[in-house]
Design a protein. Structure first.
Length: 254
């Protein structure tokens, strides 16, 4: 007979525990609300943001000018004492920029951002903008190029949201060797060497587990085919995919 009371007893204990947690979470709501309000008032970029606190959860509403400001709001509030979580419903209502113009601006900024870095040739980041939402795609050899591209997008006026689909490639000494040898094969060619002179728009060489993909833009079909041939002639590559775009030098992209 005693066994019948066990489930009921457990359920009651769980209910009491949940009630106690809720009561404990809510006891600091007034204190949190005051701290949040002070933090928002002191931050110029968040002057149009309001907040509400319930059971330690802060809900942010209102508007900001940049997407980075929205991200910063969450970071600032999370650091406050007794905050259990943040719901960020802030709307980015700053400058309105046409998607095509915004895409061109971001592509140019990201291309120029890492000029001079030794890994520049081996990273590929593409930009797409739809209704102010920026989606970054591509492959990078380590995190800094991705972090830098995200920082640019987050701080660009007109961007409403940023989505990253960029793949950070696994560390591989084999791939590193293949990257270097493929770069030498391409850039030491007398015809293709001119693309090494333009660090903003190089022929980008992405190597993932021995598979080589060429990205970027070239001035004619002969250059595209020649780059593919040079890459295919490098020993050790499992496959070579040539995604170079011929644009006659008029619309050079990433």
């Amino acid at each position: 007979m005693k066994k019948r009371f066990i489930p009921a007893t457990v359920a009651l204990l769980v209910l009491l525990s949940m009630t106690a947690v809720a009561a404990t979470s809510g006891r600091y709501d007034a204190q949190i609300q005051q701290a949040v309000s002070q933090k928002l008032q002191k931050t110029k970029q968040l002057k149009d943001v309001t907040s509400n606190v319930e059971d330690g959860i802060v809900t942010l509403t209102g508007t900001v000018n940049l997407y980075q400001d929205k991200l910063d709001a969450t970071k600032k509030i999370k650091k406050l004492d007794h905050v259990n979580g943040v719901r960020n419903n802030i709307v980015v209502a700053g400058e309105q920029v046409a998607d095509s113009k915004l895409q061109q601006q971001l592509a140019k900024k990201i291309a120029y951002d890492r000029v001079g870095y030794s890994d520049n040739t081996f990273n590929y980041v593409a930009v797409n903008v739809t209704d102010g939402v920026v989606t970054l795609t591509g492959d990078v050899v380590w995190n800094p190029p991705l972090d830098s591209a995200l920082a640019i997008a987050n701080r660009t006026p007109g961007v409403k949201e940023v989505v990253s689909e960029v793949n950070v490639l696994p560390t591989s000494s084999f791939d590193d060797s293949l990257r270097a040898r493929t770069a030498r094969a391409i850039y030491r060619d007398s015809v293709l060497s001119r693309y090494a002179i333009d660090p903003v728009h190089p022929i980008r060489i992405v190597v993932d587990n021995g598979h080589v993909t060429l990205y970027g833009s070239v001035q004619n079909t002969m250059d595209k085919d020649l780059a593919g041939m040079r890459a295919s002639g490098v020993p050790g590559a499992f496959s070579v995919e040539n995604k170079l775009v011929v644009d006659n030098g008029q619309a050079r992209g990433l």
